[in-house]
Design a protein around this ligand. Structure first.
Ligand SMILES: [Zn+2]
Length: 637
């Protein structure tokens, strides 16, 4: 392992000693005007400010002041019941840090520093920080590793500290985080006093990143130690069982993920990070097995995972209910973290495909278009009178893990678009903007995913001999076209088109991805999708929302290929509601008894109507009510 810190920064995988692809420095990519610039602007202009207000209202910030003693109060004064509220502050600080990379706003620097000062004041002499333990438990540390979240919170603090350092060059938060990390190494490292690991993985991936940032291998060794100890049963047989904590089987023997989805994917991300630095083949081997198992029957078409409400857990294979889907927004984010690391580790397009699917669907549905209301749970069907929790997106939650997780993801989205290797630059996700490394670079103009045209231009100062690799998404396999300076290039069924030449400034590459609508059906073992289709268009999964239909949503069923001659409208580019009018039948909803003998006809013949679908990510922005992704179709088996 060598720590080449001149490779500069990036969200993850910066050094990645064994990575096939290298993450770009965090400042290498900037967004231009396009689909993502609007969402990232909403995040910067509304989500971050609203997040600070919500954390103030919830007492999350005052908890740090109680811990610091700058506000007087005993355990009863602590705000909230959960032990991990500090992590909301850290995720918010991480988001603000990445935002500060694209603006030199004195106001935002000031806001960040004032919150960092609260964190610093809450830090003990020896580096420890956790307001819940300090205020509620009289400072009794590490007494509840399964549920206490002390190391989980530390992980988010470390990630925030690294983000702030990379984005701004400042060390105010980084120094706080590193002092805590050093205490954790002293407590839990090979020579430490304790042998244990956290009930909620997260610190593992943060420690590897801290190793990348500092070159100090103690952090990497501790991350390896945490994943190696896991599976020894320390979490005990609590109500949800050892699978909930990923604690039933040692990590190197774990070939299928079960239990709490966010824990499972954060752990897998940590394992992937350790692999990226150590190159231990057994780790990549189990990660591939876990990934394949997940994709085979535990992932929704939206890329969401974690079907079960009871323990926020992955279900059994094909246990993917549409209306009872839990699919926490954080699980989508965690799967993106894991997919990204697998992509760096292998260079394989399949991981970027899933990253894209989650990004545009399971993840993006978690935040309103305006940027200040959130879904924690992301079902694929709502009947309109759902009793599953609150109606519609909420401004905040008593367990507010998702909103600041969304904020940090959108603020760092540019980190996940492209990578580099010895040969050149690889573009995995298409967004309008500019990508510039030391010697290579491109500008990208595109309305993707609303349209499928991507124009890439070589800037004058990035000419030279190198390979530009463009990912062809799996859904466009065999139908994408590429032109270089107007001349067609053979694409075939490649998952990456690799263009090697001596690039001159001003040369253009046109990638066309046919984002025509398509119908997708599921394996019949996905019971809620049996006999149904989903409408997809490009990377977007669509849904039918009650307020666009002429008839009751539950009674609709499709026949034929409904968009032959269908209209396609983009109603508003700032609120990108794409409408597809389709032929459909609406069944009579007044039948007195909903069952009948096989082979008999319903009392009333279906009547012709039409269905309008919008991107799933945009649902529940106009009103909250019935919605479904899977639509019955007469040809679906
Ligand atoms: Zn969450």
């Amino acid at each position: 392992m060598t720590a080449d810190r001149t490779a500069a920064s990036g969200p993850v995988g910066t050094l990645g000693a064994t990575a096939v692809l290298r993450a770009l420095p965090s400042h290498a990519t900037r967004l231009g005007t396009g689909f993502w610039s609007a969402r990232v602007a909403a995040n910067a202009e509304r989500s971050l400010a609203a997040g600070l207000e919500r954390m103030t209202e919830a007492g999350t910030l005052e908890n740090l002041e109680l811990a610091a003693g700058t506000v007087a109060g005993d355990a009863a004064a602590y705000h909230g019941k959960l032990p991990f509220l500090d992590s909301d502050v850290y995720k918010w600080l991480e988001a603000v840090s990445w935002h500060l990379q694209s603006t030199d706003s004195a106001e935002w620097h000031e806001r960040a520093e004032s919150v960092i000062a609260l964190v610093g004041a809450a830090q003990s002499e020896d580096g420890y920080i956790n307001s819940f333990v300090t205020v509620k438990h009289g400072g009794e540390r590490w007494t509840d590793l399964p549920s206490g979240h002390e190391l989980y919170c530390a992980g988010h603090l470390i990630q925030a500290g690294i983000a702030h350092h990379r984005a701004t060059g400042r060390t105010s938060l980084f120094d706080i985080a590193r002092r805590f990390a050093d205490l954790i190494v002293a407590e839990f490292g090979e020579d430490g006093r304790r042998v244990g690991y956290c009930g909620h993985p997260e610190v593992e991936t943060a420690l590897v990143e801290l190793y990348r940032e500092t070159g100090d291998a103690a952090y990497l060794r501790l991350a390896d130690r945490f994943i190696s100890l896991r599976g020894s049963g320390q979490m005990g047989d609590r109500p949800f069982g050892r699978r909930y904590w990923q604690d039933l089987v040692p990590v190197r023997e774990l070939r299928a993920l079960h239990g709490h989805a966010v824990r499972a994917f954060y752990l897998a991300s940590g394992v992937a990070d350790v692999y990226l630095e150590t190159g231990e083949p057994a780790l990549l081997d189990v990660l591939r097995a876990q990934w394949d198992d997940l994709l085979r029957g535990k992932t929704y078409i939206t890329g969401g995972s974690g079907a079960r409400h009871r323990d926020e857990a992955l279900g059994d294979a094909f246990e993917l209910p549409a209306d009872r889907a839990y699919t926490e927004t954080c699980a989508a984010i965690a799967l993106m973290h894991w997919a990204w690391r697998m992509q760096l580790a292998t260079g394989e397009a399949q991981y970027a495909d899933i990253f894209e699917r989650v990004l545009y669907n399971g993840f993006l549905a978690g935040v309103s278009l305006h940027g200040d209301h959130y879904f924690y749970v992301n079902p694929l069907q709502v009947r309109g009178d759902s009793t599953l929790g609150p109606q519609g997106r909420q401004a905040w939650f008593s367990c507010a893990c998702c909103p600041p997780n969304v904020m940090r993801t959108l603020a760092s989205l540019t980190h996940y678009l492209a990578t580099e290797d010895a040969d050149g630059l690889q573009i995995h996700q298409y967004a309008a903007g500019e990508i510039r490394t030391e010697t290579r670079g491109v500008t990208v103009d595109t309305g993707y995913p609303l349209d499928g045209n991507v124009r890439i231009t070589i800037p004058q100062d990035r000419a030279g001999n190198w390979t530009l690799a463009l990912r062809i998404p799996a859904w466009a396999n065999g139908t994408a076209t590429v032109h270089v300076n107007g001349e067609p290039v053979e694409v075939g069924d490649a998952d990456y088109v690799r263009l090697t030449r001596t690039w001159r400034g001003g040369e253009t590459i046109d990638l066309e991805l046919p984002v025509r609508p398509r119908l997708t059906q599921a394996d019949p073992r996905v019971d809620d999708a049996r006999g149904c289709v989903a409408i997809e268009r490009g990377p977007l999964v669509y849904c039918a929302e009650h307020l666009d239909q002429d008839t009751e949503l539950a009674a609709l069923s499709l026949s034929g290929r409904p968009w032959d001659g269908a209209q396609l409208q983009i109603a508003d580019t700032t609120l990108p509601t794409v409408l597809i009018d389709a032929a459909a039948h609406a069944h009579d909803t007044k039948e007195p008894w909903p069952y009948r003998e096989l082979g008999t006809k319903p009392g009333t013949a279906p009547t012709h109507t039409r269905v309008t679908a919008i991107p799933y990510f945009a649902w529940a922005n106009r009103a909250y009510g019935a919605m479904r992704v899977w639509l019955p179709h007469e040809d679906a088996r």
